[in-house]
Design a protein around this ligand. Structure first.
Ligand code: M6R
Length: 358
């Protein structure tokens, strides 16, 4: 069942090159004119989800706004449901749910549908409730995810959101055909880049060993990698029970910098994108206060070595594609911290894989 892996979570992390590739190849056949016309004419999109799926939505907002130029709001389903909604027939709601059974997400979609919104589900489980209730469904092709911690379904949700944003952009003429084709090519190389990150498992485990006794962690990212900081913190807390927070790096000086001392590990997402220099300044702020720094950085970045305690290198890609790579080392880091601490990573305490109650 676990195909030689110790836990389902580890197996599912290692399945990602394949599940990402399958989700890329399965995407286009799910699209029809009707769906596109609905979204192309939308004046606003709400993305509604819980937990890890919510973090995918936060990344999706960047892509849809950048490529399709449609304003997007992302909300926790449990919050969205009880707000006074502003909905008209040009409102599109995208509900993201691996299981398709999460009560808050399902009911938020159903309520909005009743008020006239068009609804799209991004779902992994074929035939699940959400896939039947939504007007349109886009599937991730991951097969069953057994570990309570969402891993392979997150990267697949990102792929669906990215491909969808690019198709909308092409249709709306808000991106050029050249950019579209260039990015499609780069997306095809994502599975082999994930493969390269997975080869670093041993060194990530060494880093896990070094920091496993910390009582708190801070994860920092900027822009499109900020939601990955949130996701890294969620992964760590749910399976290792270590308190962790994710923050936009630029917000540090507005509060959380007070937490930093020589015992606090700070995971900094610092790929070589257009926010690199700003991230380096944030890293320097942490270093000046003696925080322990673990950087996720781009292969070939030698400069960062003297600023941080530990580095996990990821392959170079386009700025917009980094979140699909930066999350992978964070999954492995939390997996190894939790297993080294002897926790049951596949069935963490107090948690269910699917939350079918409010
Ligand atoms: O099945 P869903 O995607 O709707 O589930 C949403 C959350 O319950 C889920 O992502 C949860 O946060 C995971 N345990 C995260 O690893």
């Amino acid at each position: 069942e676990k195909a030689g892996y110790k836990h389902f979570m580890q197996k599912e992390i290692f399945e990602q090159p394949r599940t990402v590739a399958d989700t890329i190849s399965g995407f286009s056949s799910q699209i029809n004119e009707d769906l596109y016309n609905t979204v192309v004419n939308a004046d606003r999109i709400y993305i509604i989800a819980c937990g890890t799926s919510y973090h995918a939505g936060l990344v999706g907002k960047f892509w849809i706004e950048k490529f399709a130029k449609i304003p997007v709001e992302v909300d926790y389903a449990s919050e969205y449901r009880y707000r006074d909604k502003i909905i008209n027939d040009k409102t599109v709601i995208i509900g993201i749910s691996q299981s398709g059974e999460t009560a808050d997400t399902r009911f938020a979609l159903i309520d909005a549908q009743k008020e006239g919104a068009k609804t799209i589900g991004i779902v992994n489980v074929v035939g699940s409730s959400l896939s039947r209730e939504a007007d349109y469904t886009l599937y991730t092709y991951c097969g069953p995810e057994i570990g309570v911690a969402a891993t392979k379904t997150f990267t697949a949700q990102l792929i669906v959101l990215l491909l969808f944003a690019l198709e909308l952009g092409l249709k709306k003429n808000t991106i050029t055909k050249d950019l579209y084709e260039d990015l499609q090519q780069k997306i095809l190389s994502i599975p082999s880049k994930i493969e390269k990150i997975l080869l670093k498992e041993k060194s990530i485990k060494d880093i896990a060993y070094k920091y496993m006794n910390a009582s708190d962690f801070l994860f920092l990212g900027r822009n499109i990698n900020y939601p990955i900081a949130l996701e890294g913190a969620l992964k760590l807390k749910e399976i290792s029970y270590i308190h962790a927070e994710g923050y936009p790096a630029g917000e540090m000086k507005h509060g959380p910098i007070a937490l930093i001392d020589d015992k606090l590990p700070v995971v900094a997402l610092a790929p070589m994108d257009k926010f690199y220099e700003k991230m380096i300044s944030n890293i320097q702020e942490v270093k000046a206060r003696k925080g322990k720094l673990i950087a996720v950085a781009t292969e070939g970045d030698e400069n960062i070595k003297e600023l941080v305690d530990d580095i996990i290198y990821i392959p170079k890609t386009e700025d917009e594609l980094y979140p699909i790579l930066t999350v992978v080392p964070l999954q492995l880091l939390s997996y190894h911290i939790a297993t080294l601490l002897g926790k049951d990573v596949d069935q963490p305490r107090n948690l269910a894989k699917t939350v079918t109650v409010e």
